[in-house]
Ligand binder design. Sequence first.
Ligand SMILES: [Zn+2]
Length: 295
Amino acid sequence: MLRRLLIALGLAAVAGGGLGLVIIAATRQPNHRTLRSAGASPAGTSVPSTQVSSVPTTTQVPGPPTTAPAPGERRALTGRTIVIDPGHNGGNASHPAEINRIVDAVTLGKPCDTGGAETASGYGESAFNLDVSLRLRALLELAGARVVMTRSDNNGVGPCITDRAAIGNAAHADAAISIHADGGPAGGRGFHVIEPVLIAGHTEAIVGPSRRLALDVRDGYGTGSGMPRSTYAGHDGLDDRNDLGGLNLSTVPKVFIECGNLRNPTDAGMLESPAFRQRAAEALAAGLSGFLSGR
Ligand SMILES: [Zn+2]
């Protein structure tokens, strides 16, 4: 078994517009087994440590460190808490009684959760969401962040959308992100980031910072992933919705991202690719880092 996980992190410079490429070496973490068992370790990122020394850096940008931390070293996201919410769950579709239970999403009653979308070949959204989320967790933890997941495998049911929000709130997250992929019209392409709207008595405190988070995630993901902005939802890669309990109930800055359209053949080909999912995670890490660093 490999002792080290080596991850190439392409960090988009939100402020400078440049793109730097760095190598991060990390000692094996508890999440490594989950990452591998979920099929999340892509070709080319997990190699013996002796095979990787350095790669050219095109543009130096501020961001996470490039080597394992020295004792006491403070990393770019040290002290920051990020909640990652992989949408849906692998057992949802086979547990309709639990999943269809109506919960209070503030503006309406909604089912606890849903089964999520899938590609024409049957690649499920819940698996995509978790895979990208685990890759993102690894990157953020390398940068020093405390990461809280709303689920960390794809074998369960739920949690309900209300509980997903509550997990972020209880963690006092500096930022929370729900990872999804859409089941849109087959002719529509691309990603969009969804932000909360103003709901009196609920979202006043998070609308402003969530907008900044949405912009940074949109710019990071749009720059780094290669997925275009949506041609069928929202505008300029952004949308806002008042019907998502995960946003309406959040007391911390939060956005959703629909990483692409599983029903579009071109998008599906990308979303089904482990290499794309790694780029997606790196791009999301760049966006979140931009938000948390105020760049
Ligand atoms: Zn979804």
